[in-house]
Design a protein around this ligand. Structure first.
Ligand SMILES: CC(C)(COP(=O)(O)OP(=O)(O)OC[C@H]1O[C@@H](n2cnc3c(N)ncnc32)[C@H](O)[C@@H]1OP(=O)(O)O)[C@@H](O)C(=O)NCCC(=O)NCCS
Length: 218
């Protein structure tokens, strides 16, 4: 039976009981090549890793017909209070289930909790410069390249570069004092170099926010 091009994907929080499914996913060649995973992963290793997750370490898993076919980790980027607004993302979809919307479903769920519940302003990740699929997916969800890590990791006998990508939550710039004036405003346009001096007035707020939201959703 052919699997559907756009299957119904359910996203839920993963647990220790998903260790074997996560192991199987990361043992696949494309999943391993796109991440920092090592050959011959074990379920015990994954069970331990998942069990050690703190309350604010989110493992999301995607299911199709009750089978786990994708996973996404959303973790605080740092324990420093000054980086409380930043989180890191890593994800993988089973090789047999790629390009069917599973990765998108996981990212939609992750961005919802990051933006609307965990109050993260900045989401960051690294992606190999030759990972066209992941780059296209992340761009689609508003991530922009910020720089290149040279010889970032060793993969299948050679060093590979990786891009640092980040997405700033689209939101209106916040006024420091009542009344309009000239001040530094940051508007997420989906591009890294989006900080500019702006005359911030309520109408400008609304327009910038609307544009940013439209871009992030496209
Ligand atoms: C990157 C990855 C997570 C994408 O997941 P996915 O379920 O295949 O993604 P989706 O089906 O939701 O695709 C969403 C969009 O991403 C882009 N995309 C996905 N696969 C693509 C491919 N092979 N080539 C080009 N673009 C691709 C497209 O823009 C796609 O939208 P479209 O199908 O409407 O054109 C998946 O390919 C994967 O797990 N790869 C191996 C592990 C990995 O590289 N993880 C990322 C680490 S940074």
């Amino acid at each position: 039976m052919m699997a559907a091009r756009s299957p119904k994907v359910t996203v839920r929080r993963g647990g220790v009981e998903d260790a074997e499914a996560v192991r199987a996913m990361f043992a696949m060649p494309r999943a391993m090549a796109g991440t920092l995973q090592l050959p011959y992963p074990t379920a015990a290793m994954w069970a331990q890793r998942i069990a050690e997750n703190a309350a604010d370490d989110y493992l999301l898993v995607a299911e199709v017909d009750g089978r786990v076919v994708g996973n996404l980790g959303l973790h605080p980027a740092s324990r420093s209070p000054r980086r409380r607004h930043a989180a890191a993302i890593g994800m993988s979809v089973h090789d047999d289930w790629q390009r069917r919307g599973v990765g998108s479903a996981l990212l939609v769920a992750a961005l919802d909790i990051a933006d609307n519940w965990l109050n993260y302003r900045r989401l960051e990740l690294t992606v190999y410069t030759d990972n066209a699929a992941a780059l296209a997916l992340y761009r689609k969800f508003g991530f922009a390249i910020e720089g290149t890590h040279r010889d970032f990791a060793f993969r299948d006998g050679r060093f590979v570069d990786a891009y640092a990508m980040a997405r700033l939550r689209p939101e209106a710039p916040r006024a420091r004092t009542a009344g309009a004036g000239i001040r530094q405003a940051t508007v997420n346009t989906g591009h890294a170099k989006s900080t500019k001096k702006a005359e911030v007035r309520p109408a400008a707020h609304r327009k910038a926010t609307k544009t940013a939201r439209k871009r992030a959703a496209s």
